[in-house]
Design a protein. Structure first.
Length: 379
């Protein structure tokens, strides 16, 4: 007579044991992990898109919603992968680049801006042909980037690890080719006169920080930037003015260490951040910096997204899970709805509210290729 090894176990306990075993054995590739998430409330697995041949750590992502194109930074593979979300396959690959990290896509210009850890630059590319345009030197370790449509400025975090960090702002037109209305900077060397090569741009505003800036968000209502600086265990609140960037105040992060990811909701005036030690996610008042609520979450969190329409918070962690929280309409109570398995070391992703989609970047593990995992977020 066949007997189940889970006899006497509750359904939830059995599923938890299976998920843990998968993670420990390193077998949780995109297809297997996604199928295990079927019961997660508000998070339905849609399969995976393989990225064969991509090795090592994957970093940040960007999306062209109208064109259904996803851009994935292959940091240790020295590549940027372009994925067709409609046809669910990779369609292009930018290779030979120097450790890409942060990505920003500006649809009105069809431009992709890529921050490189290896050479400390932010470079612009035609998002269709991947032809390179003007570029900016931000020192070293160029990481996260954000675009402000109102001011038409791109903000870039860089430096640190160890040493001082930097926040830089540059006008978008400085990073556009002349045929798109770009205003190139004066030549930086005699060779710029002679060689047909992308022109180096000049920063508009920049300021030094005491450590590397991790995730940051722009607050259009106050003309401020909220910046996670984990080495200082603080959030820096930066004033943006025409004549420079200045520190308005700092908010201590006392709930834990390694506060890397951040999300921000302008409508409810709430900021969310996650710490890795201990693994916690928290909600803060975005005007006063006061702690409103906190809850345990997935470990090794590196990306955090808030969907204001559904009041859902998504925490992506390298421990191999996505945590989904419901956020109270008034106040900031955090209620965990799901602890959905993804894949080992899959700690970055992107929430695409327009498509009701959460994508997670899963690096290659054992015989399973790197992949983009797809989850539907529609209620």
């Amino acid at each position: 007579m066949e007997r189940s090894v889970f006899r006497g176990w509750s359904g939830a306990a059995a599923k938890a044991l299976v998920s843990a075993a998968i993670a420990l054995l390193g077998l949780a590739d995109g297809r297997l992990a996604a199928s295990a998430a079927e019961a997660a409330p508000g998070l339905t697995p849609l399969g995976s898109i393989p990225l064969a041949g991509v090795e090592g750590r994957l970093d940040h992502l960007a999306v062209d919603v109208r064109g259904r194109r996803l851009f994935v930074a292959g940091l240790e593979n020295h590549s940027v992968e372009v994925v067709d979300l409609a046809r669910r396959r990779r369609i292009r690959e930018l290779t030979g680049v120097n450790e890409p990290q942060g990505l920003v896509f500006v649809p009105e210009r069809n431009r992709l801006f890529i921050c490189f850890r290896g050479d400390g630059t932010c470079r612009s590319f035609d998002a269709t042909t991947l032809r390179e345009g003007p570029w900016l030197d931000v020192g070293r370790n160029a990481d996260n980037a954000r675009f402000d449509p109102a001011s038409q400025c791109l903000y870039i975090g860089s430096g640190g690890e160890p040493g001082p960090g930097r926040l830089t702002a540059i006008d978008l037109v400085s990073l556009l080719p002349t045929e798109l209305g770009g205003q190139p900077a004066p030549p930086h060397s005699p060779a710029d006169f002679l060689l047909d090569r992308p022109r180096q741009a000049d920063a508009k505003l920049e300021m030094e920080l005491p450590g590397h800036p991790e995730s940051f968000h722009l607050d259009p209502a106050t003309h401020r930037v909220l910046v996670n600086v984990p080495d200082e265990h603080k959030v820096f609140v930066i004033n943006v003015a025409t004549n420079g960037l200045t520190v308005a105040t700092t908010w201590p992060v006392t709930i834990g260490e390694k506060n890397f990811p951040m999300a921000f909701d302008a409508g409810s005036r709430r900021m969310f951040l996650a710490c890795r030690r201990p693994a916690l996610v928290a909600a803060y008042d975005a005007d006063a910096g006061t702690l409103l609520a906190q809850a345990p979450c997935v470990g090794d969190a590196d990306d955090l997204f808030y969907d204001a329409a559904s009041r859902r918070l998504y925490v992506i962690g390298g421990e191999g899970f996505v945590d989904v929280f419901s956020v109270a309409e008034k106040g900031a109570e955090l209620t965990r709805l799901a602890h959905a398995p993804t894949a080992p070391r899959a700690r970055t992703g992107l929430l695409i509210p327009e498509l009701h989609l959460l994508v997670v970047a899963a690096p290659r593990v054992s015989r399973s290729p790197a992949a983009v995992l797809l989850f539907q977020t529609k209620l």
